[in-house]
Write a protein that binds this ligand. Structure first.
Ligand SMILES: [Zn+2]
Length: 416
């Protein structure tokens, strides 16, 4: 087992604290020593010394609302949303690699378009056969024909759906609680489940120790997610003030992932990646604008209530492909006034908490798993750096280099 020592690093530890100069020792798949402010780790302990030359060493990023089965990545736009399985499996695997290429060493799925693909992919990645983030796999969220299983057909139907998904090995059950405005424009006010149906889902989820994830646009759907102990409440765009106060009162039990980039991309970058995409109807365009306006109001209200908000979500569409996920960080800073360190703490420490991994990832800390990035420059000065994968000169997951575009330092290794 060879030890790797990073020296001359500026460390962002994931807590939101400022950078500090330091050294980090990796032994096996764990961080075993962290030295700060001029302390030195014994050079003899490492077979391999990496001179970070002032680059930023930070925890790997967490995507809290991934859809790896959504087919498009920055380097390959797929014109269809539901490709045949022989293609779909490879696209999905490529998307996992793409996330890791861009520094996302963990991902919690926000729903799959096939029931078992993510489960298999998660296991292939964990066994070391395919590159990709630590993945929490989700149930299917919609079928290729656009219908949704377990959808408003009574508690027994929901229970059966949840049990089938759990039997496949999912980590989470994703339920679309409200209209999304995407398939039917502006249907935000619709509810897709009754309380009794969600109580059934919640009971099955608790028995099996899996998380519930909910797509919730309107206030009533958010309240239902709160009542039935959802771990992540996605979007929340049209939460009214009374619902926001209720959310604040329960803020330790869930995370909000609004998914901002997908909306901004829809309004401004529709044709950048897919010039042949059909034009949106005026009604759908109007719906997108309503969501955008709502998000501009929502995020500051969530922030001022101390509700845990995670950046990410809904990458994988042709106009918002996998690999562009870190754009979300920039939007949080420029549109909502988050500081870069707040956003990055949310994308590391808080993302780990969402995954129930607070005890092992999301921080640069002794005993934690070695999911580590080395970034040329200071992302706290310029949050956009993280969108450029060439600046992420090292991506390490579980103590192994996925990318290493920086030399080891034989001279440093020799001088103990
Ligand atoms: Zn989604």
């Amino acid at each position: 087992m060879s030890a790797i020592l990073f020296v001359n690093a500026a460390i962002f530890d994931g807590s939101g604290a400022d950078l500090y100069p330091g050294e980090v020792l990796i032994e096996g798949n764990r961080i075993t020593a962290v030295a700060r402010d001029g302390e030195r780790i014994d050079r003899q302990r490492a077979a391999d010394v990496v001179d970070a030359a002032g680059a930023t060493l930070m925890p790997g990023l967490v995507e809290p609302h991934a859809h790896l089965t959504f087919p498009s990545a920055v380097d390959r736009i797929v014109p269809t949303f539901f490709p045949p399985i022989e293609e779909h499996a490879f696209y999905t695997a490529h998307n996992a690699k793409t996330l890791l290429d861009y520094g996302f060493t963990s991902a919690l799925s926000g729903g799959a378009t096939r029931p078992a693909l993510e489960v298999k992919l998660r296991d292939e990645i964990a066994a070391g056969f395919l590159p990709g983030p630590r993945l929490k796999a989700s149930s299917s969220e919609r079928n290729p024909d656009g219908t949704r299983r377990g959808h408003a057909d009574g508690p027994e139907d929901v229970r059966t759906f949840c049990r089938e998904m759990i039997a496949l090995g999912v980590d989470s059950l994703k339920l679309v609680l409200s209209g999304s405005g995407s398939i039917i424009p502006k249907n935000f006010d619709e509810l897709a489940y009754t309380d009794a149906e969600l109580a059934a889902a919640s009971e099955v989820a608790h028995e099996a120790n899996v998380n519930l994830l909910g797509h919730a646009y309107n206030s009533e759907s958010i309240r239902m997610a709160l009542r039935h102990d959802f771990r992540a409440i996605y979007h929340c765009n049209f939460a009214d003030d009374a619902t926001l106060d209720l959310m604040a009162a329960q803020k330790s039990s869930y995370f909000v992932v609004p998914a901002v980039g997908i909306i901004v991309a829809g309004l401004t970058r529709q044709n950048e990646f897919s010039p042949t995409a059909p034009e949106r109807t005026p009604e759908a365009q109007e719906g997108l604008k309503m969501i955008h306006e709502a998000q501009l109001q929502l995020l500051p209200k969530l922030r001022e209530r101390g509700i845990r908000v995670l950046p990410g979500g809904d990458y994988g569409f042709a106009h918002n492909p996998h690999g562009r996920n870190a754009w979300e960080f920039e939007l949080f800073v420029t549109m909502f006034g988050y500081t870069p360190s707040e956003v990055l703490a949310a994308a590391t420490r808080d993302g780990a908490a969402l995954m129930n991994y607070s005890d092992r990832i999301g921080l640069i800390k002794e005993g934690y798993l070695a999911d580590v990035l080395l970034v040329a420059g200071n992302p706290l000065d310029d949050i956009r750096l993280l969108q450029d994968k060439d600046r992420i000169v090292i991506v390490m997951k579980d103590g192994a280099f996925h990318r290493r575009a920086i030399e080891r330092s034989p001279a440093l290794a020799a001088t103990a």
